[in-house]
Design a protein around this ligand. Structure first.
Ligand code: BTN
Length: 264
């Protein structure tokens, strides 16, 4: 793969510039730097191998060569998007989930940003922001998707069970068609961020819906509740044991099913 071939493969998408790397530390790092230097809206950074890929909460994100998708899209937020910044990780996750639909793979979104297939993590989204003084300049939407079995980290390396597209599909998958499909969905969904249909689609794919979960936030008590939905701001609605609704906003949150709680 190289930038020219990729350019042809992604023809028709509103991508004005591409940086391709056979190997790089983190595509998000390159994208953040490029965004600071003026990269245009829709610019794409993509790598075959990442040696220092990052996930949320300073976790490592492993991307072995030839087996995964690891890319970062630079978006210049429009005025009307400024109040919806918290929805961009959902935008990334929903785009992956809809691309998996096209392969015939059912997936769920584990709030806020993981894509699960059969309750195992196949993809993650890391959104980072570029500021200049008090002014937001750009969003970097970093997406990592396990495609071939070599991309799946060993159980000792992950907090949540992982899987990949090819294992769940039972056949080889063209990474570049999958990439095009994810990006196409992302560009189609982006103008719909404020629409009810977007929130409904996200909510409709919410993992653990109506199940008991625990939410861990650093330096705060663990919250326990049933997943009840997503707020318009992208927060997670939980129904507690006292039948109160609470909202968990973005932050260092872990979502885990608790097997021994009865469903109500
Ligand atoms: C997570 O699950 O915590 C998010 C993982 C995001 C990984 C992607 S891979 C492409 C981009 N570059 C990075 O260093 N991270 C994101």
């Amino acid at each position: 793969m190289n930038a020219d071939i990729l350019w042809d493969k992604l023809a028709g998408l509103p991508i004005p510039a591409i940086k391709w790397f056979d190997s790089i530390g983190s595509t998000n790092d390159v994208a953040l730097e490029w965004a600071e230097k003026g990269a245009p809206d829709g610019a794409l950074v993509i790598a075959d191998h990442q040696s220092a890929g990052r996930g949320r909460m300073q976790r490592r994100w492993i991307t072995p060569a030839g087996s995964a998708l690891a890319f970062s899209l630079i978006l210049r937020p429009k005025d009307e998007e400024m109040t919806r910044l918290t929805l961009f990780s959902g935008l990334g996750a929903l785009s992956v989930s809809k691309a998996l639909d096209e392969l015939g793979l059912k997936s769920e979104i584990k709030w806020p940003n993981d894509v699960l297939i059969a309750r195992r993590k196949a993809a993650g989204v890391l959104v980072e922001l570029v500021w200049q003084a008090e002014q937001l300049q750009a969003l970097v939407v970093g997406i990592g998707l396990n495609v071939a079995p070599a991309s799946v980290p060993p159980p000792s390396e992950v907090l949540f069970p992982a899987t990949c597209v090819e294992t769940m599909l039972g056949k080889e998958t063209n990474r570049w068609e999958l990439l095009k499909s994810i990006l196409r969905h992302l560009f189609v969904l982006r103008p719909q961020l404020s629409e009810t249909s977007f929130m409904k689609e996200w909510e409709g794919r919410l993992a653990f819906y109506r199940e008991w979960v625990q939410v861990e936030q650093p330096n705060q008590a663990i919250l326990v509740g049933q997943v009840a939905g997503i707020t318009d701001e992208g927060g997670l609605r939980l129904l507690t044991e006292n039948q109160d609704f609470i909202v968990v906003t973005a932050g260092d949150i872990r979502l885990r099913p608790i097997e021994d709680k009865p469903l109500v």
